[in-house]
Design a protein around this ligand. Structure first.
Ligand code: HEM
Length: 138
């Protein structure tokens, strides 16, 4: 189980690298909405999205394997809270995916300031989930 946990954490870090950096690319693309720089940012978004999908998908796979090995965690409050936050994180991931599609079609209407705030959301998820799994407050 320790190997599974190690890979769970490795892919979690990969997932968050994408969830932190994709919105930065949205900020830059919102500030440079045309020309060569915009095309490069679109390409970077699409490539980073693939890595983010891989990180997220494998975090979930290894997390579910861990959960099967520790069935009693399903009765724990901290695990319920963690899984609820993971559902929110998946929603954020899907939103990023949709935004990549909007930039690809050149139909973004949001400002760079909006994306700067959007960029802060995964920080809250990361802090809350890590505190839940390490401290297990309830
Ligand atoms: C479907 C999604 C997930 C499931 C089912 C899941 C399940 C689990 C399970 C069962 C453990 C083992 C706990 C132990 O034995 O001590 C674990 C460990 C851990 N998980 Fe997840 N996890 C998921 C997603 C995530 C996400 C998104 C994050 C990060 C934001 C995360 C961060 C961690 C960390 C840091 C540990 C190590 C905790 C420790 O050893 O103290 N997990 N996870």
């Amino acid at each position: 189980m320790h190997w599974i946990e190690a890979f769970h954490i490795i892919f979690m870090v990969t997932w968050f690298a994408g969830l932190f950096y994709l919105p930065r690319l949205f900020v830059y693309a919102a500030e440079n909405p045309s020309g060569e720089r915009f095309s490069l940012l679109q390409l970077m978004q699409r490539r980073l999205l693939v890595i983010t999908h891989i990180g997220g998908g494998l975090t979930l796979v290894f997390g579910l394997v861990l959960l099967m090995g520790h069935g009693h965690y399903l009765a724990a409050g901290w695990m319920h809270a963690k899984l609820t936050l993971v559902a929110g994180l998946i929603g954020y991931h899907l939103w990023c995916w949709r935004l990549v599609g909007q930039f690809a079609r050149g139909v973004n209407r949001r400002s760079s300031t909006w994306f700067r705030w959007f960029n802060e959301v995964p920080v809250v998820f990361l802090i809350a989930i890590v505190i839940l799994v390490v401290i297990r407050p309830f």
